[in-house]
Design a protein around this ligand. Structure first.
Ligand code: C5P
Length: 238
């Protein structure tokens, strides 16, 4: 973990929050790549924890055991080394990059994510990604809880219909079995759980820039964020 307490200027952070299917994962990855910064996919941590709960046959109601697992989660993120900037994710040494991406695992992730002690246990791990020269972090509470002093906070939204379509395409491309009506239901259930939980609910930070991406391409969103980064002197040009 890095220690910023003695530094004059903390390492720069851009946070990208929002519900699923808004493109935040893709956009955070592109921003990190263009700036040469680190990337934190915080949702992956909750997904890996959910997978660990299932593979160790722990009950989802057993908050104490799940919290202990969150405190000791043996997870590793490694660049995949290919051209698409993907990250390989390992749980206890086993690659789980694909198995954590199902909508079902997203739903289990949102269940463990409602547990306040789990969120607390994952805090310092998330903050440890803040390393020089900078960090692009995507999730639900990056700007509100994990990096409240971020240099730029983006909150992405999109219509429910558009988000379901995007998730469908994304999951299909990953070779996962999925259908739109079931997906729409699961997304609605997950959004509702994320927005209504008592700790770190999904909502924009007060100082977030809100971008509705419903009718925008990824390039257009990147361009808009590029202008915001330039305005804050965080980069010459995206
Ligand atoms: O972003 P992703 O779909 O991978 O996130 C999976 C789930 O993890 C979310 O639905 C949410 O419940 C939880 N999550 C969270 N806080 C974050 C990131 C993800 O609660 N910062």
């Amino acid at each position: 973990m890095i220690d910023n307490t003695h530094a004059d200027a903390p390492v720069a952070v851009v946070t990208i929050d929002g519900p699923s299917g808004t493109g935040k994962g893709t956009i955070a990855r592109i921003i990190a790549d263009r700036l040469g910064w680190h990337l934190l996919d915080s949702g992956a941590l909750y997904r890996v924890l959910a997978l660990a709960v299932i593979s160790h046959a722990v009950d989802f109601e057993d908050i104490n055991s799940i919290t202990t697992m969150a405190e000791h989660l043996d997870v590793e993120f490694k660049p995949s080394g290919d051209m698409n900037m993907e990250t390989d994710i390992f749980l206890e040494g086993e690659e789980v990059s694909k198995s954590i991406r199902t909508e079902e695992m997203g739903n289990y992730a949102s269940i463990v994510a409602t547990i306040p002690s789990v969120r607390e246990a994952l805090k310092s791990r998330q903050r440890s990604f803040r390393q020089s020269p900078g960090l692009a972090a995507d999730g639900r509470d990056m700007g509100t809880v994990i990096f409240p002093d971020a240099d730029l906070k983006i909150y992405l939204t999109a219509s429910a219909e558009e988000r379901a379509k995007r998730r469908y395409k994304q999951l299909k491309e990953k070779g996962l079995n999925v259908n739109i009506p079931a997906l729409s239901r699961e997304i609605a259930e997950r959004d509702n759980r994320d927005a209504s939980r008592t700790v770190a609910p999904l909502k924009p930070a007060e100082d977030a820039e809100i971008i509705d991406t419903s009718d925008m391409t990824i390039d257009e969103v990147i361009q808009q964020i590029g202008l915001l980064l330039e305005a804050r002197a965080l980069m010459p040009k995206v």
